[in-house]
Design a protein around this ligand. Structure first.
Ligand SMILES: Nc1ncnc2c1ncn2[C@@H]1O[C@H](COP(=O)(O)OP(=O)(O)OP(=O)(O)O)[C@@H](O)[C@H]1O
Length: 364
């Protein structure tokens, strides 16, 4: 656990970057520092590895003041990833990744083997090992940055806007892989971003900083969205927070209807009272939508409108299901199981009736 105890940082010239900040970053979890520019997020992150020493207050790791450690020794126990990756331009990818193992005087062979193992872990092809950073895309460079930070298997990872410099599609990929990696590794992670969506997606806990270095709220993403502490936090979260709350509502308890689902062998004459019909194949996989009256005889001969996006029951959130309903030609979201077979359909109004659990336990 990383603990901030009444931490204040006043820079020469008088800027108060952190104002009496107290918070816990639990072991094995992702704590995200988010907030307006100049809110002190980076300063707070750097107080953990002693790149910044507080004017007053303390930062503790598992109860021990970070000032009891020499900075170099402290930093070897913490991976550090920054925007634009910060790779050494004249070192190959494998040597970049092996930076800390070399500092720890591992043999070249062991350090390079570790680099290759990590390249695979973060989704980089081994053929890139001998390349130089300029020969990689921005997204690939960020992966190298993450691999380098993980090289000596530090228990703590400090990440300062690691995915901000890449386009939204690559960013989403990096975020997904980062979450997958964390599922395996269970590092204690402190992650700085100014992007509230990124914070909500990645954070187990979110700490919101306001200009002047004030910590205004520390909470689980669900609770933050449902109960912003004040107008600043509500404004920062933005106008879509109601919809975002649905990202935390599970679809496994949804009551899905089978009424509009028919096999391709069903007769078109038999569709009384239905607006739209979802035609499924022998394995109940969705084939397309059709409307009654478009054909006589079996539905296999009816003209079909593409199914559009579906949602995986249990695995996807109500937000994903609602998206599927809005984009569906019938207005009905199609829920499928693990192998893509149709479980049933739900209208947007059914989806909105699902409790979001936002009023339950907060993480704060
Ligand atoms: N070395 C420094 N000397 C003087 N002032 C500094 C120094 N580093 C940061 N500051 C000031 O401290 C305040 C907090 O900066 P910090 O970088 O921690 O904020 P931030 O929340 O990370 O912002 P951003 O999202 O823009 O990176 C800012 O007003 C900044 O100008």
């Amino acid at each position: 656990m990383i603990t901030f105890e009444g931490v204040t940082k006043r820079y020469p010239g008088g800027t108060v970057a952190l104002d009496d900040v107290s918070l816990d970053c639990p072991t094995g979890r992702i704590t995200v520092f988010v907030g307006t520019s100049g809110g002190g997020k980076t300063t707070a992150l750097r107080a953990i590895n002693r790149m910044v020493d507080p004017t007053s207050g303390r930062v503790l790791i598992d109860g021990r003041d970070v000032r009891e450690h020499k900075p170099a020794e402290l930093r070897r126990g913490m991976g550090y990833v920054i925007q634009h990756a910060g790779l050494f331009p004249h070192r190959t990818i494998e040597d970049n990744i092996a930076t800390v193992p070399y500092l720890l005087r591992w043999s070249k062979k062991k350090a390079r083997a570790r680099a290759l193992e990590l390249m695979e872990r973060v989704g980089l092809d081994a053929s890139m090992a001998k390349r130089y950073p300029f020969q990689l895309s921005g997204g690939q460079q960020q992966r190298v940055g993450v691999a380098r930070a993980l090289a000596a298997d530090p228990p703590i990872m400090l990440m300062d806007e690691p995915f901000s410099a890449v386009d939204p599609v690559v960013r989403a990929e990096l975020q997904d892989e980062f979450l997958r990696l964390q599922d395996e590794l269970h590092k204690t992670i402190v992650f700085v971003t100014h992007d509230i969506d990124e914070a909500i997606k990645l954070g187990d806990r979110i700490a919101v900083f306001q200009t002047g270095g004030k910590l205004v709220q520390v909470d689980s993403p669900e609770h933050l969205l449902a109960h912003p502490a004040d107008d600043f936090v509500a404004g920062f979260i933005g106008q879509n927070r109601g919809i975002r709350t649905l990202s935390f509502a599970a679809t496994d308890e949804l009551r899905l209807s089978d009424d509009a689902v028919r096999p391709a062998t069903a007769d078109a004459a038999d569709l009384d009272g239905l607006d739209w019909v979802l035609v499924v194949d022998d394995d109940r996989r969705p084939v397309g939508w059709t409307r009654p009256g478009q054909v006589d005889g079996p539905l296999s001969e009816a003209p079909l409108t593409p199914v559009g996006p579906t949602f995986r029951v249990g695995a996807d959130s109500v937000r994903v299901a609602l998206d599927a309903a809005v984009l569906s030609p019938s207005g009905l979201a199609v829920g499928v199981d693990d192998v893509g077979a149709v479980v049933g359909t739900a209208a947007g109004s059914d989806l909105l009736a699902v409790p979001t659990h936002a009023d339950g336990e907060g993480g704060g």
